[in-house]
Write a protein that binds this ligand. Sequence first.
Ligand code: SAH
Length: 347
Amino acid sequence: MKEILQDLSRQEIEALVAEYGEKKFRAQQMYTGLMQGKKVSELPVSSAFRAELLRRFEDEPVKIRETFVSSDGTKKFLFELADGNLIESVFMRYDYGNTQCVSTQVGCRMGCKFCASTLGGRLRDLTAGEILSEILVVNRTEGGTQKSRAVTNVVLMGSGEPFDNYDNVVKFLKNVSAEGGICISPRNISLSTCGLVPEMRRFAGERIPVNLTVSLHASSDEERKRTMPIANKYKISEIMDACAYYFEKTGRRYIFEYTLIADENCDREHAEALAKLVKGKPCHVNLIRLNEVKERALTAADEKAAYRFLGVLEKNGISATVRRSMGADVGGACGQLRASYIGSQNR
Ligand code: SAH
């Protein structure tokens, strides 16, 4: 694979322009073009310089291979990377703006039992520029510009564990929020982790004010181990300490994700245990009914169970919501589209 121009910050593009002896103002033109979602071959530079760039950099690191539109307006994009790998991303319209859910790795190696992303393991990390390009491409396709964006919010909840690709994800967060770029504020970005404790602590020191979301899905280590292998490595108590540290360093509340799985974690006792665990903490709980994955023998909790669970949390004074499920008819859950696509290709 060639290098990825979208990996570079504005300053790095200035250095590149200088390296090739091009005029300084080219840097701004190139950067603006990239932020508009242009391919390298579409950048407003001389044909000789463009040829140099194309020798060294991928013309289009993230290409739309297919688009699936759900009845609720949610769009699921299947992207092809320069090396032929496939990733996916979801674009959801809400009253307050549009949220794009991006992938951070090709596949995932965390092994959560309910998740489709992890079915084939992790193939590779995405670079900062590939993650950014997921957004640039969708923003352009949806009619957004650099100033008037179609993508207003971003969640790192597609395939991959963001903290298993720490450096590239942090670089992406810096580039996506940089002044003069696509400029999406960290406050409009949510980063979801299955709870890699050392990286959570390290991230607190970066002082990038995103919304930190932690996938909990259970209130005791024994129960968590049943669905999340990472629970063998880090205890819930260590995750809680890392969250407290994050709050201490950044002053930002954090969010717990709790996927409701029938006969697994959604009885009244589970709700009481979760309430006890998070009570008094500066956090919010997001309840999600499992999106059933056909390769996994797990069933979603029904809606009644979800609202009963919510009721117990509320009675205990916990800030919590049941997340509306979107795009179910287009394989909205993590990794479902890629998994089914690869599956159909192999048949
Ligand atoms: N690796 C990160 C981010 C990706 S997943 C993490 O673990 O947080 C984003 C969220 O979707 C996580 O909370 C994950 O546990 C959840 N999730 C994965 N598969 C799901 C499914 N089939 N139904 C509901 N939620 C799911």
